[in-house]
Ligand binder design. Structure first.
Ligand code: GLV
Ligand code: MN
Ligand code: MN
Length: 410
């Protein structure tokens, strides 16, 4: 068979994805496998067991990033790295992140059974805690790229008080081999789009040009509890009424901009009783924009709105910025390699930006990086109903196979 016609094994990739989704299986095809939980440990063990026959070296760094390296025929050349993350959102789906890890495993299996040797070494990486759904800020790829120190990540605490370093030890993935010993030529990541664009345009592949920036913050509002029937409206310090006005005001500020999105996806209300005035509210906000200056401006405008609306409601407020990730532009040569692979395979593709943040955005800070998107059903992600068909994933993995092989040859 000519190399140009080589494809991955579609059903093997699908079966691996489905088997991995059994770990932390939740209702309605969901997956609950938080970073550094017992289930995350099992997922890492299964990946290690699967990949062992196809690699020469395995390394785990201090924050739990896992690297598996297959040597190339020219050992002095830098390696090409690819991967993603095995942790889903707290109640996430079967594809976000996992696809980018298991597709590289499938590429390694395909190269092995076809006895194809590449000049450059080739590595799979499973980044620790990408979603930051449990520990924030604590992306493993941020440590690799020098954006966070390993101490910052190891000392990070989840909202239930769990300690990153302790949980990592408990699952047996507290390593010590620093990846700085790795010389990396390029990094590629395959991911579901997590949005509706490719599906709407009936395209197979997104050649990702960059990603918008993201800021997350937690807002705490303190009011005063009281009986729902006895305290006159004008005398209340109702933390939930205050929160709803803040959210609606921030939305109006954002809607006046040309681009960007904001989401309030978590809210804790105390005492959470129908007939008691809410005394305390904590809500989590996610703000995204393709321009750094706009993100900075939104941060200032939102903080001002929070302060003035809190005063009006006789509440106090505290704003904690949890993470700030600037927008990303991927490497031109990686973009071109991916585009040529999609063209060669005769897939429908387009260049597009990513609405979501990815490990690739962190890695791009220090290594030439590119990303490949596959469509997903109704653009839904971060939810149990997240779905991409076997055929869509097959095309994504083939594009990855040919892009990686090209980079490993050049
Ligand atoms: C990553 O999962 C993101 O929320 O952008
Ligand atoms: Mn992801
Ligand atoms: Mn995600």
């Amino acid at each position: 068979m000519k190399f140009n016609e080589l494809t991955v094994n579609s059903s093997r990739l699908w079966e691996s994805l489905m088997e991995m989704a059994e770990i932390g299986k939740a209702p309605e095809n969901g997956v609950s496998r938080p970073a550094l939980s017992k289930e995350d440990g099992k997922a890492r063990d299964l990946l290690t067991e699967w990949i062992k026959p196809f690699v020469d070296e395995m390394m785990v760094d201090e924050v739990g990033n896992m690297f598996f390296i297959k040597q190339g025929t020219k050992s002095d050349l830098p390696i090409v790295l690819s991967g993603s993350h095995l942790d889903p959102q707290l109640h996430g789906g079967r594809f976000d992140g996992v696809l980018g890890v298991l597709a590289v495993l499938e590429v390694l299996r395909t190269l092995h059974e076809n006895q194809i040797l590449l000049d450059h070494g080739f590595g799979l990486v499973n980044w620790s805690n990408e979603e930051e759904a449990r520990f924030c800020p604590a992306m493993g790829s941020a440590v690799f790229s020098g954006k966070l120190s390993s101490e910052q990540v190891l000392d990070c605490r989840a909202s239930d008080g769990s300690h990153y370093g302790t949980c990592l030890k408990q699952i047996g993935y507290a390593g010590n081999q620093l990846p700085s010993s790795l010389k990396v030529k390029a990094y590629l990541e395959l991911h579901i789009e997590q949005g509706p664009v490719l599906e709407n345009e009936s395209l197979d592949i997104g050649v990702v040009t960059g990603a918008q920036g993201q800021m997350t913050m937690d807002v705490t509002l303190q009011g005063v509890a009281g009986h729902a029937g006895t305290v006159p409206m004008r005398l209340r310090a109702d933390a939930l009424a205050c929160a709803s006005e803040i959210i609606s005001q921030c939305r109006s500020i954002l809607l006046k901009k040309e681009d960007g999105v904001m989401t309030v996806g978590t809210m804790d209300v105390e005492p959470n009783s129908r007939s008691t005035i809410p005394s305390k509210v904590v809500f989590g906000m996610d703000i995204r924009n393709p321009h750094s200056e706009s993100l900075e401006q939104l941060k200032n405008q939102f903080t001002e709105a929070i302060s003035s609306i809190s005063q009006k409601h006789h509440c106090t407020n505290n704003v904690e910025i949890r993470s700030f990730k600037p927008p990303t532009e991927f490497d031109d040569s990686c973009i071109e390699v991916i585009e040529s692979a999609a063209k060669k395979l005769q897939y429908g593709y387009k260049r597009m930006p990513s609405g979501a943040f990815h490990d690739a955005c962190m890695v791009n800070e220090i290594i030439p990086t590119g990303m490949i998107f596959t469509p997903c059903l109704n653009g839904v992600s971060h939810h149990p109903s997240e779905y991409a068909s076997q055929e869509q994933l097959f095309k994504g993995a083939n594009t990855l196979l040919h892009s990686l092989s090209e980079l490993c040859r050049k």
